[in-house]
Design a protein around this ligand. Structure first.
Ligand code: GDG
Length: 458
């Protein structure tokens, strides 16, 4: 079996004792790397200031070589904060209004991809299979090809791919499409993303489908497919069951004092629809006064990308909004919304999912959304909670037992909350089982195997 080389913007740093921080994607990729032997390359997360970064930091652990590079301050600003997070991220989440296109940032993005390619190429053997992850690294294959590499190279996009009218608002869209055409296989989360991609090729007249999952564009032929990422379903279910004994989870159970718990868990990001969700919760209480004092909505929202101004502003906005609703609806012995603006341990998180009667997952746009899948996997089969899920999350294509909502329609989300909290246990079990069977069958290992199988097949 060929060696596997994974490249991603960030690499879960190998820790003492070789334990990778929990998280389905890291676990699955690590397992595939361990089985085949290989390299995981990416940015260390550190800056070298304005000095040229030191040579790659190579750390061997078992069968895996971790290869980490620092970046200069300018690189971090232009490549990471600039083009990746202020152009590609909003465009791919349909937020043209938030995209801040600049030539300097675009140049930094391509420059850092070239830098990655130059650092990676000397480590590559002729029959290595290379798997590149996410929007930060789209031009990497083209750079590696330029250096003469003929290996199989695959790409997986973790975020949505937008329709032509949205993508084409980005001045360098053709360069980005050209970047993708240098891979042997381009994977998207859902068939909708794949259709959008095919539509972009057609609209620009630069390519089209050849059938059988093949595309031709800009003088190259490559494969494209939908590979919905999963979680480690069975392991996560067991993890959640055992988390019930965790002292922090026991304390949480006590502190909600028999009230029904609604949970939301999202990185702080405008794509996650957190403000619309708080509005929906407020609407739900106002429309159902009998629920006053009977429910607690827990929103766990670790900070992310706080250096980007929109994210900083959002942090303030969400905190103020939660405070306003609590002030308006709360009572001396009832805080309707508990808002936590930091990361909590994975064990505690799993236990809280299991405690919650409703998993409220309402992004405005999301590639997949693993929180939705984790919430389902964490439930007690005898008394499962209900998943309220945005129709604009990739996960909605699979989780048919969820109550699907349009997150822009605050009223419909409020109604779904009311319906969830009064749903008879037989209905809840039936909906949950359908979703859980699917998730057991389509876990993250299967996602990894399916992608690597198709990448290997010529
Ligand atoms: C991108 C795409 C796609 C969150 N808060 C805490 C915590 N988390 C964990 C969750 C989950 C992960 O973070 C978030 O994953 P999502 O899939 O929900 O969202 P993104 O971070 O936006 O991920 C997304 C994903 O890539 C994979 O392809 O599904 O669409 O946007 O695992 O549990 N974990 C802990 N404490 C927290 O406070 N421990």
């Amino acid at each position: 079996m060929s060696r596997l080389v994974v490249v991603s913007n960030r690499v879960p740093a190998p820790e003492k004792g070789g334990i990778v921080p929990a998280g389905g994607l890291a676990v699955a990729l690590k397992a595939a790397l361990e089985e085949r032997g290989g390299i995981w390359m990416g940015w260390s997360g550190k800056s070298s200031g304005e000095r040229e970064p030191e040579p790659l930091n190579l750390q061997q652990q078992g069968n895996i070589t971790y290869a980490l590079t620092d970046l200069t301050d300018t690189d971090v600003e232009e490549y990471y904060h600039g083009f990746a997070n202020r152009v590609l991220w909003p465009i791919c989440h349909y937020r043209l209004d938030l995209a801040e296109y600049g030539r300097k940032e675009m140049a930094g993005y391509f420059r850092v991809n070239r830098f990655f390619a130059h650092r990676l190429a000397p480590l590559i053997q002729p029959d290595d299979v290379i798997w590149v992850h996410d929007y930060h690294l789209i031009p990497l294959a083209a750079e590696l090809r330029q250096m003469g590499l003929r290996n199989r190279i695959g790409f997986f996009l973790h975020i949505p791919w937008p329709p032509a009218d949205v993508l084409f608002a980005m001045p360098v869209h053709e360069e980005i499409m050209r970047g993708l055409s240098h891979y042997d296989l381009v994977g998207f989360q859902t068939d909708h993303d794949l259709e959008n991609f095919a539509g972009c090729l057609r609209r620009e007249g630069i390519g089209g489908e050849l059938g059988d999952g093949r595309f031709s564009a800009l003088g190259r032929v490559f494969k494209g497919g939908a590979y919905s990422i999963g979680i480690e379903t069975a392991a996560f279910a067991e993890f959640a069951r055992s988390a019930e004994r965790h002292s922090a989870v026991r304390k949480a159970r006590k502190s909600i004092e028999g009230r029904q718990l609604i949970i939301g868990v999202d990185r702080l990001d405008y794509s996650k629809g957190i403000t619309q969700r708080i509005d929906a919760f407020e609407r739900f209480i106002l429309a159902n006064p009998g629920q006053t004092g009977q429910v607690t909505y827990l929103q766990i929202t670790p900070k992310s990308r706080s250096e980007v101004p929109e994210y900083e502003a959002m942090q303030k906005m969400v905190a103020e909004q939660a405070g306003r609703v609590n002030g308006a609806l709360g009572a001396i012995d009832w805080v309707p919304i508990r808002y936590i603006n930091r990361s909590i341990g994975r064990h505690v998180l799993a236990g809280l999912y299991r405690l919650a009667k409703v998993g409220l997952v309402t992004p405005l746009r999301d590639g997949m959304n693993l929180v939705a899948k984790e919430y389902v996997a964490a439930q007690d089969p005898e008394d499962p909670g209900v998943l309220v899920l945005s129709r604009f999350a990739g996960a909605a294509r699979e989780l048919k037992g969820a109550l699907l909502v349009n997150p822009y329609d605050v009223e419909s989300t409020a109604n779904a909350l009311a319906r969830s909290l009064s749903m008879p246990v037989e209905d809840r079990r039936e909906r949950w089982k359908q979703m859980m069977d699917h998730l057991l069958d389509h876990d993250v290992s299967r996602w990894c195997e399916d992608f690597l199988r198709d990448l290997a097949a010529k």
